[in-house]
Design a protein around this ligand. Structure first.
Ligand SMILES: NC(=O)c1ccc[n+]([C@@H]2O[C@H](COP(=O)([O-])OP(=O)(O)OC[C@H]3O[C@@H](n4cnc5c(N)ncnc54)[C@H](OP(=O)(O)O)[C@@H]3O)[C@@H](O)[C@H]2O)c1
Length: 384
């Protein structure tokens, strides 16, 4: 936890310079980088990365919590607008949103915040959840063509934009062939409403089929020092196909910052209360206690690097390759600066190998999501 850290206050564009150093160090250490990505990156400034054909800042900002944090507190809207503008001032140009965040309201906040510099940022939104049109209540997953169209029209209206740089399908619809989804997105691209597209938490076959139908810029999935499931089945494919990987929940919903301890309780509807990996047995044990080993490791390396645990967590992700662009979420400007500072935390190849080996040795316990949500993760679309 870092409310007490003094941000270095780097100037805009001078920021995130450590990312490329880390990448170079990884390459020097002989660890694998996506070759296509390495080539595409070579002409970029240090604080920029490519997601397929889309250039973004090396670290993004997720705005999911900026209307309501994990179902509980409602942050001050003007503070959130100021925070997004601070992020831009300090070099972040990649902002991650979705229709379902709020629902709807996060798009309004983001659109208002970036309006003064709209042309200099890359905006993401997502379709794919069925929301009651009157109440916004969550109904389920859908990528029916008419629903995609309605979602994107609504998103653009709320954002106050005529296009987004990156449009994701939020979850695979098990009833709609991905080729059909790609066809609708192609139409939206032809109309200039989306410049690139991506998938979130898709299965490997759906990823390949989607890319064959309409080339993808990125996959967004959970990825962090606590959850590494996509290293085996999705990252190799995104690299093979030359697209980017956007880790969501890169701080494991705050767990990797050290801000959650054995005494922390969550509101019943807080997502973290529904994930068994944060459960305790009431006697100091359970999955949360076991998983504290990951936080302890981040703390240990924070000590070695004169950094903070969350900076180690983000730096470790960015060091996986310059095709990886994490999008930590925050409602706190001190945390924002702290996260941005992660780009200055670098690892030599040997250090990265040592840290990763230590992570490999920790057996993370519990599930990352409740069963109903897990059923959507890694889903495959039906054949056309
Ligand atoms: N595609 C998907 O299905 C999906 C799913 C989940 C999330 N996402 C995207 O990913 C983004 C990030 O995920 P997330 O926000 O849920 O999880 P996260 O980035 O892993 O963690 C956010 C939590 O960490 C805290 N935090 C952030 N920086 C901190 C720091 N430096 N020190 C201490 N605490 C810090 C935040 O609290 P404060 O607000 O107090 O800083 C918040 O509680 C979202 O905003 C959203 O855009 C996508």
């Amino acid at each position: 936890m870092t409310d007490d850290i003094t941000p270095t206050g780097p100037s805009r564009r001078g920021l995130l310079t450590g990312a490329a150093v880390a990448t170079a160090a990884v390459a020097a250490g002989g660890l694998s980088l996506a070759p296509t990505r390495a080539r595409a990156q070579s002409s970029l400034p240090a604080d920029r990365r490519m997601l397929g054909g889309l250039e973004v800042s090396a670290l993004g900002l997720g705005v999911q919590n900026q209307h309501r944090t994990f179902t509980t507190l409602v942050p001050d809207r003007n503070d959130m607008i100021a925070l997004i503008r601070t992020a831009y001032d300090e070099g972040v140009t990649f902002f991650d949103c979705a229709e379902v965040y709020g629902p709807y309201l996060c798009e309004e906040i983001l659109g208002e915040a970036v309006a003064p510099f709209r042309d200099e940022v890359q905006i993401t939104t997502k379709f794919g959840f069925d929301l009651d049109p009157d109440t916004g209540a969550f109904v389920g997953v859908t990528s029916r063509p008419e629903r995609i169209r309605a979602a994107v029209e609504g998103s653009l209206q709320r954002l106050g934009m005529d296009h987004v740089e990156l449009l994701y399908q939020h979850r695979v619809d098990p009833e709609v062939p991905i080729e059909e989804v790609a066809g609708v997105v192609q139409d939206l691209m032809d109309e200039g409403k989306a410049l690139h597209w991506g998938l979130s938490e898709c299965g490997p076959q759906t990823l390949r089929r989607a890319h064959a139908a309409l080339p993808l810029a990125a996959v967004q999935s959970e990825y962090s020092m606590l959850y590494r499931g996509r290293e085996a089945d999705i990252l190799p494919i995104t690299r093979e196909l030359g697209m980017g990987f956007v880790p969501f929940a890169p701080l494991a919903y705050g767990f990797l910052t050290g801000a959650i301890d054995m005494a922390t309780t969550f509101a019943p509807s807080d997502f973290r209360a529904l994930t068994s990996r944060m459960d305790t047995d009431g006697e100091g044990g359970g999955p949360r206690a076991a998983n504290m080993a990951v936080v302890d490791l981040a703390r240990e390396w924070a000590g070695r690097k004169e950094a903070e645990p969350e900076q180690v967590a983000l730096a470790w992700l960015m060091a996986q390759g310059d095709d990886v662009v994490p999008i930590p979420g925050t409602t706190n400007v001190t945390h924002l600066r702290d996260n941005i500072g992660a780009a200055a935390v670098t690892f030599t190849g040997d250090e990265l190998a040592e840290l990763t080996a230590a992570l490999d040795a920790i057996e993370v316990q519990g599930e990352r999501a409740p069963a109903a949500v897990q059923a959507w993760n890694g889903a495959e679309a039906p054949e056309a």
